[in-house]
Design a protein around this ligand. Structure first.
Ligand SMILES: NC(=O)c1ccc[n+]([C@@H]2O[C@H](COP(=O)([O-])OP(=O)(O)OC[C@H]3O[C@@H](n4cnc5c(N)ncnc54)[C@H](OP(=O)(O)O)[C@@H]3O)[C@@H](O)[C@H]2O)c1
Length: 342
């Protein structure tokens, strides 16, 4: 393979992982290590998400100025679930903040599958819309896979289509046009926290289609040696104890204990679980899958919950939308971050 071909192959993986132009050897030499002396440094997801957002906004302004194209994000919300309304509100707010064109499609929960498909088709054919997001879950009478499959792969905002997931997993070949947002956010957190990944042992706990499986593939693209644990895994503590990087995505409060961790490891806690807390006005608080209080004394870097992975997801959706808009006019999907660190 020529240098140019090699660079092309590497850069799509970097783009796919939200990693910038760095991957492989460059990443290995860029500094940062799992073995640092300071224990429990917080990885500030809010601050990093804000930086990603600024990058998206700057790249959007450039796209508009140079090519007259404004990234367009359409969000379809069916019904009146409060949690879905709140997620959609946050997505639309950030899309406005980065100067995207937005299209809102709000439908009653009585909408038929046929009518919902017609709405998707309209957006598929709208040249101003580059990314379509259908907020899940949909009402029970609608088949979610049928709706998601109707979204053109070129407008797959979440990167969940079989084509995008397939291309994410394949070595070489076409790059995915968009990548799942929460896993991409995990990689971006590691990258922007100067965590060296090449050659490190990464353990992903959870194998779901939306978090565990894609994040494991992305870590592998970043040259980690990856082990995936799930509900049938035996000797999980033993496996986790060998990890330089732990990504927990199972949905079980306080599951991973500090004494399961290798001293100096880096912990990315994707879990969002609510536990009763009488001291809070709401009567509950949100916690991760990792027992933060014990883990922070062992890990070198750790994400809090809330304020870690959570804020990254919407920023990465913006990044996908920008890249889909670029792809629509034949531009290379640029990574938004050009260096490993700083
Ligand atoms: N921060 C964000 O933006 C964000 C986004 C998405 C999800 N999340 C959170 O991330 C967590 C995981 O979400 P998800 O959608 O991936 O969940 P999911 O679809 O329920 O998958 C959970 C995974 O954890 C595994 N698992 C369950 N119990 C386990 C155990 N005792 N030991 C080992 N593995 C176990 C399951 O294994 P099997 O495959 O064997 O069943 C499954 O692979 C949830 O707390 C969710 O709220 C956060």
């Amino acid at each position: 393979m020529s240098d140019a071909q090699q660079l092309k192959t590497l850069s799509w993986v970097a783009i796919a992982a939200g990693a910038g132009y760095v991957i492989g050897k460059k990443m290995a030499s860029a500094g940062g290590s799992c073995e640092t002396k300071t224990r429990g440094e917080l990885i500030d997801g809010k601050a990093i998400a804000a930086k990603v957002k600024e990058d998206v906004k700057a790249a959007t302004q450039e796209l508009v100025a140079l090519h007259g194209v404004k990234p367009g994000l359409a969000v379809i919300l069916v019904g009146e679930r409060k949690d879905s309304q709140s997620y959609v509100k946050n997505k639309k707010k950030m899309a406005a903040e980065v100067d995207f064109h937005t299209v809102d499609v709000d439908l009653p929960d009585t909408v038929s599958q046929a009518d919902l498909l017609k709405e998707v088709e309209k957006l598929n054919n709208d040249p101003k819309v580059h990314a379509i997001l259908v907020q899940l879950p949909l009402p029970k009478h609608i088949d979610e896979p049928t709706i998601l499959k109707a979204i053109k792969v070129e407008k797959d905002a979440d990167g969940f289509s079989a084509a995008n997931i397939g291309n994410l997993c394949l070595k070489g070949g076409d790059p995915p046009l968009a990548i799942p947002c929460t896993p991409a956010g995990c990689i971006e957190l590691l990258q922007r926290s100067d965590v060296e990944m090449s050659g490190k042992n990464a353990v992903v706990i959870g194998r779901s289609n939306i978090v565990g499986m894609p994040v494991a593939n992305m870590l592998q693209s970043c040259d980690c040696t990856v082990t995936v644990c799930h509900s049938r895994t035996k000797n999980m503590e033993e496996i986790i104890r060998k990890a330089d990087i732990v990504v927990a995505a199972i949905g079980k409060a306080f599951f991973v204990k500090g004494d399961w961790l290798k001293p100096g490891c880096v912990v990315i806690d994707v879990g969002i679980n609510s536990v009763d807390d009488a001291t809070k006005k709401a009567g509950y608080r949100l916690v991760g899958d990792v027992d933060f209080e014990s883990a922070k004394h062992v890990a070198s870097k750790i994400t809090p919950v809330p304020g870690g992975v959570g804020p990254m997801t919407i920023s990465m959706l913006m990044k996908n939308t920008l890249n889909l808009a670029r792809h629509s006019i034949g531009l290379e999907r640029i990574p938004l971050r050009r260096q490993q660190s700083k």
